[in-house]
Design a binder for this molecule. Structure first.
Ligand SMILES: Cc1ncc(COP(=O)(O)O)c(C=O)c1O
Length: 406
């Protein structure tokens, strides 16, 4: 059995994960979604948990759009019209009208000349880094950037890779300075919103730094922002971290799978950058696009967001209620407006105990322990959604209050 030794090694590694308590373990399986009813948002029923109904405080669907009938109808209509899958990659015969309409709508939404859909934000980022870098490029990244940036940087054929301490713009400038004369171009890449903590990059100030260094590299400096958690959920009109900071990325990556409520990713930029990526990005060229139905559903979501001032203000209101509530209970959090609300526990065992207590009390939230977050920064990530009601938020706060007074 040629596989035997290999499997043995994998099993040893899995045991190590289990022993260290860092395995993700069995996944919760949603078997039923109960729609929102008077005064309360949707509830989730999980396999093995009987009829118990859970409030989901760990979903990226910040606007609650995954459950909206407008999106389901758009997806179904497109699936009937074009089929449930694309049947080919884009340049062969897999480009459908909903893809093209979605790309035009995304470009317009972000006020960019062009946009392209991607299979996911993960592959969008990897494709951008892989395709826009050369063996003479420096890649410079915030230390808390998402895993897609970490791995995208490994894939890219860059000359130098540098990581600056979280949000430390002086370090970013120093690193750019170190690359001058060594590389002919640099790509500075940052998350817009950092998914673990809900804090955000000062895109305006990073843009200024990038502009200052641009002339010192023969092929210039490019700012790439992955605002997967920001778009749709952040800013008065949902334009994300750019709207909050007033800054602008040269290349903006977003996901269709969080606030937009569907699945897939996208890239917005200058027309020539997008055309180049369509020609050169292997993740785009050689992999199926999202289904036409998904593109149609995402278009319907954008329409809702364009008229979504009330939805966004409700999300902000629920987020404020929750953040203020946990502070009043004496818990530690990080200030901000984003619906990712971290509750800093700073201890692995206590984080696990609180996640267990929440679950036993009907609340789903995610504990983040070392090595996902640095030691001492163990936290529970709560994600507020526009389909939470004030009574849902108060219910979760009551559970947190009970844990504190145990
Ligand atoms: C910053 C960031 N980029 C990309 C992704 C991945 O998005 P997608 O599911 O569209 O690949 C995530 C999701 O967790 C993220 O937080």
């Amino acid at each position: 059995m040629p596989l035997a030794k290999f499997v043995q090694d994998l099993e040893t590694q899995l045991r190590e994960l289990d022993n260290a308590g860092t395995a993700k373990g069995a996944e919760s399986i949603v078997v039923k979604v109960l729609p929102a009813r008077e005064g309360r948002g949707p509830r989730f029923v999980l396999e093995g948990e009987g009829d118990r109904e859970f409030i989901r405080m760990n979903s990226n669907s910040y606007l609650g759009l995954t459950l909206r009938p407008e999106l389901a109808r758009a997806e179904e209509t497109a699936a009937h019209a074009y089929g449930v899958g694309p049947g080919a990659v884009r340049f062969i015969s897999g480009t459908y009208q909903p893809h093209v309409r979605l790309e035009a709508a995304l470009a317009q939404f972000h006020a960019r000349p062009a946009a392209m859909a991607a299979g996911s934000a993960y592959t969008a980022v990897a494709g951008v880094l892989f395709s826009l870098s050369t063996p003479e490029t420096a890649l410079i990244s915030d230390e808390l950037n998402h895993n897609c940036i970490v791995n995208g940087m490994k894939l890219a054929r860059a000359k130098l890779r540098k990581i600056y301490p979280h949000l430390n713009l002086q370090a970013l400038q120093n690193q750019l300075e170190e690359c001058v004369g060594q590389c002919d171009s640099a790509i500075v890449i940052t998350d817009g919103v950092f998914s673990m903590r809900g804090d955000h990059a000062p895109v305006d100030r990073i843009q200024e730094i990038v502009a200052r260094f641009d002339g010192r590299f023969a092929r210039g400096v490019v700012l790439v922002v992955d605002d997967s958690h920001g778009v749709g959920a952040f800013g008065a009109t949902g334009r994300g971290t750019e709207e909050i900071t007033g800054g602008r990325a040269d290349v903006l990556v977003g996901t269709l799978g969080k606030a937009i409520g569907v699945n897939g990713g996208y890239i917005c930029s200058d027309g020539s950058v997008i055309r180049y990526l369509r020609e050169k990005n292997p993740f785009y060229i050689y992999s199926n696009p999202i289904a036409p139905g998904e593109a149609a559903a995402a278009l319907a979501a954008l329409e809702i967001i364009r008229n979504g001032a009330r939805l966004l203000s409700h999300l902000r209101e629920m987020t404020r209620r929750f953040r203020d509530g946990i502070k009043t209970l004496g818990y530690e959090t990080i200030d901000g407006q984003h619906p990712v609300v971290p509750l800093l526990v700073r201890d692995t065992d206590r984080t696990r105990a609180l996640v267990r207590f929440l679950r036993e009390s009907g609340v789903l939230a995610t504990g983040l322990n070392y090595p996902v977050v640095p030691k001492g920064e163990q936290l529970i990530r709560f994600q507020v959604s526009a389909d939470h009601t004030a009574s849902d938020i108060d219910e979760v706060l009551a559970v947190l209050s009970r844990f504190r007074s145990r």
